[in-house]
Design a protein around this ligand. Structure first.
Ligand code: JA5
Length: 229
């Protein structure tokens, strides 16, 4: 799988060199590159922004550097998925990560300022499949942090990226719509807090029942939307 990101702050993506994902890159399971949008400008000041037609606060990203970046990075086969980070987009879910983990080439377009000229999205849609995606209902200063979260979530689903295959199997429980049960390790008693007795009982059926009850209780309390949706 190949992933590219277009951004005015490529250094954000240095975080992806760390740990598991860095190894996946080293082992050629994933090719990732962050591209500086300013390299696609030709003026002395490497301008990427301009004021909005019709007025309004702030600046927008101008289309020309994006067009050159897409001409450079999008495959000619129309198979690339172009993801625009956008708080007005569909919300990124684990199901989205699974969908995108099956794609050969993804380009993340990271906005800054008040966003990107709409024609950049329209142009991208002529060169591949476009998705506008949000990671949740909060404001960020730009799309980089959202793109990094999505890339980590997608990349760890690629076979070979996570060494412990069981970690992925265990997660299918989470994906079935309940929050995780609480977990404990040694010591059995710590600063006056004890591990629940059932977990040291050796009764595997009782342990499974307790864990499931904990999942339901937590989900009702914190994420009732997961039970009704
Ligand atoms: C801001 C110009 O899902 C939360 C998000 C916030 C945010 C995203 S995604 N993109 C941008 C952006 O600001 O492009």
């Amino acid at each position: 799988m190949r992933i590219d990101a277009i951004t005015i702050f490529p250094e954000y993506f240095d975080a992806l060199n760390l740990s598991l994902l860095g190894k996946a890159r080293d082992n050629n399971l994933i090719q990732f590159e962050a591209h500086d949008l300013r390299t696609y400008t030709s003026d002395k000041h490497k301008t990427v922004d301009d004021s909005p037609y019709g007025g309004g606060a702030g600046m927008l990203m101008k289309p020309e550097p994006w067009g050159l970046a897409f001409d450079d990075l999008l495959a000619a086969d129309g198979e690339t998925v172009i993801v625009f980070t956008n708080p007005a987009g569909e919300v990124f879910k684990q199901a989205t990560a699974h969908e995108l983990a099956g794609v050969k080439h993804i380009v993340f377009a990271c906005g800054r300022y008040e966003g990107i000229d709409q024609r950049v999205v329209d142009y991208a849609a002529t060169k591949g499949k476009v998705r506008l995606i949000s990671i949740g209902d909060y404001i960020l200063n730009g799309g980089e942090v959202a793109a990094i979260a999505m890339i980590e979530s997608i990349a760890r689903l690629i076979p070979g990226v996570i060494g412990n295959a069981e970690s992925l199997v265990e997660e299918s429980h989470t994906e079935s719509g309940l929050l995780e049960y609480p977990s404990y390790t040694k010591p059995a008693s710590w600063r006056g807090f004890d591990v629940p007795e059932v977990l040291t009982s050796g009764n595997h059926a009782a342990i499974a029942a307790w864990r499931h009850a904990q999942q339901v209780e937590r989900t009702k309390a914190v994420r009732p939307d997961l039970l009704s949706d």
